[in-house]
Design a protein around this ligand. Structure first.
Ligand SMILES: CNC(=O)[C@@H]1CCCN1C(=O)c1ccc(Cl)c(COc2cccc3c(C(F)(F)F)cc(C)nc23)c1Cl
Length: 248
């Protein structure tokens, strides 16, 4: 093909990241579209609201762990991520996987009625009341709103997710320079895709979203610590092992 060698690599990089995103996105957009107006009944909302704090946390932790596992699969198929050392892959996933879960959540969000796909239907913030962390849930919904407003295509979302994950500023990386190099190639890929989509202005907005993401995830870690101190039994025994490995 007529591309100079480097651009061909970027095209191949973009294609592999988009493919990996599609294969690990948990639900296809068409499926979610079909379920868009399936809302919880009053009784179902009551049932969620009458769960105890640790029951609801455990219920969510199972789903979050599931989502994190899909992000791990996504990462494993990103060329350049696989090349990193095992320790650096774990270090990137430890701090980045929840951020990617949050980025991906915008796919499950219906901005018309401020609901998110949860447990098979679309839920408003009131469903999560028994978690006793309304500020966290409000922040999760706000972030999803902000992401939806950017109207990213699946390809742009795939590249942005890879950019969020492969971040050389993460703590305890062994080979920061190598992570920076992979980050740069993903960034070139995203810039290339945005340019092709005639949407160059989006890159700046996406970097602002990354800053919001970091503050949101430190709020999550604070909540997780609060929860595991208050409910040590649930946190240490009932949370799926991967969750503990990533967040403990
Ligand atoms: C298809 N559904 C989805 O994509 C989402 C993401 C993974 C599974 N999932 C849901 O079912 C879901 C959708 C919306 C919401 Cl608000 C929730 C509840 O979210 C959380 C409740 C408790 C703690 C959460 C924490 C904390 F603090 F642990 F880091 C962090 C995040 C980000 N979300 C938390 C969930 Cl679990």
């Amino acid at each position: 093909n007529h591309y100079p060698h480097s651009l061909r690599n970027i095209d191949e990089l973009c294609a592999s990241i988009v493919r990996s995103h599609r294969e690990t996105s948990q639900y296809r957009l068409e499926e979610l579209q079909a379920l868009k107006w399936k809302l919880f009944s009053r009784e179902e909302i009551q049932a969620y609201q009458s769960k105890t704090v640790d029951e609801m946390w455990q219920h969510c932790a199972v789903r979050l762990t599931d989502a994190v596992q899909y992000v791990v699969e996504f990462a494993k198929h990103i060329p350049g991520f696989r090349m990193l050392s095992q320790n650096d892959q774990i270090a990137l996933l430890k701090t980045g996987s929840m951020e990617v879960v949050l980025v991906r959540m915008c796919r499950f969000f219906n901005t018309e009625n401020n609901t998110v796909f949860f447990d098979g239907k679309f839920a408003g913030t009131e469903v999560f009341k028994s978690l006793a962390c309304g500020d966290l849930i409000a922040a999760v919904f706000d972030f999803a709103h902000g992401m939806c407003a950017l109207k990213l295509t699946e390809q742009q979302l795939a590249l942005f997710s890879a950019l969020v994950l492969i971040n050389a500023d993460r703590p305890s990386l062994e080979d920061r320079v190598r992570v920076q190099r992979v980050h740069r190639s993903v960034e070139v890929g995203l810039t290339h895709i945005l340019h092709r989509d005639n949407h160059d202005s989006l890159l700046h907005k996406l970097y602002q979203r990354m800053a919001v993401l970091r503050s949101l995830c430190s709020l999550h870690m604070e909540k997780l610590r609060w929860f595991s101190q208050r409910y040590p039994l649930t946190a240490h025994s009932l949370f799926p092992p991967l969750y503990k490995e990533l967040f403990a």
